[in-house]
Design a protein around this ligand. Structure first.
Ligand code: MLT
Length: 239
């Protein structure tokens, strides 16, 4: 039985997995680090996060893990798969994509990183819950919006800038997924406008052993909006 590594979305932290974790049974251990601070402190690099995660897992005597990554966490999961394929027993790619940023999106990331750093606040990313959460959640569950707003507001500006720069530098990793022989679950909220269902279908078409799970009435943060659906998809990756 393999432990589970959970990699969170931007601009959030490990707390976004709390509800999922309470629903999981069967994994002998769950690791949900805060990124990047629990793993690395150097130059912005998703690859450095992946390497540090691999190093920490191996130092704990873990040779194989199931990896679940939501959005930015999915980008890191694919970097881990590329650099440490022997570690990855199964993969849940949740509200994420394997492609690199288009030039405009990349420039926008660097602009936001500069703004956050210059202001020393997270003001530039504070409105993001309006994009990350699905329309149904925003309309019917204001308490969820309030929690996500609070979590975003509590992020460290330096970490927010770091993550934006690291994400901006990532390559297309579709071929990495194509070469993966293990089981993959691709999860996406049907109201996700950040990495929409088409991005999930692209992942499924690349991965040789993937199953698509479309979560109804959820946006980009399925782990928060419908933790049971995400916990079930992760549990399917237990041997
Ligand atoms: C996330 O949810 O991690 C971000 O939306 C990812 C991104 O900015 O590409």
């Amino acid at each position: 039985m393999n432990p589970l590594l959970l990699l969170h979305a931007f601009p959030l932290d490990h707390r976004m997995w709390d509800a999922v974790e309470t629903l999981l049974t069967g994994f002998p251990g769950v690791f949900a680090p805060d990124l990047p601070g629990d793993l690395v402190h150097g130059e912005p690099s998703l690859e450095a996060v992946a390497d540090a995660a691999a190093e920490q897992l191996r130092a704990a005597g873990i040779e194989r893990v199931v990896v679940g990554g939501l959005s930015m966490g999915g980008y890191i999961a694919l970097a881990l798969l590329e650099r440490h394929p022997d570690l990855v027993a199964g993969l849940a790619l949740i509200d994420t994509k394997s492609t690199a940023d288009a030039p405009e999106a990349l420039a926008n990331r660097l602009r936001i990183a500069d703004e956050v750093e210059t202001s020393g606040t997270v003001d530039a990313v504070r409105p993001m819950s309006g994009v990350l959460l699905g329309e149904t959640t925003r309309t019917l569950r204001p308490e969820v919006t309030a929690v996500v707003d609070r979590w975003i507001g509590e992020q460290n500006p330096a970490a927010v800038a770091w993550c934006q720069r690291a994400m901006a530098a990532r390559p297309d990793r579709t071929d990495v997924l194509r070469a993966f022989d293990g089981p993959v679950r691709v999860v996406v909220g049907d109201e996700d406008t950040v990495t929409p269902v088409a991005a999930a279908e692209h992942l499924v078409s690349a991965a040789p052993h993937a199953r698509l799970v479309v979560v109804p009435h959820a946006g980009h943060l399925t782990a928060i909006e419908d933790p049971a659906a995400v916990a079930e998809a992760l549990s399917e990756l237990l041997p």
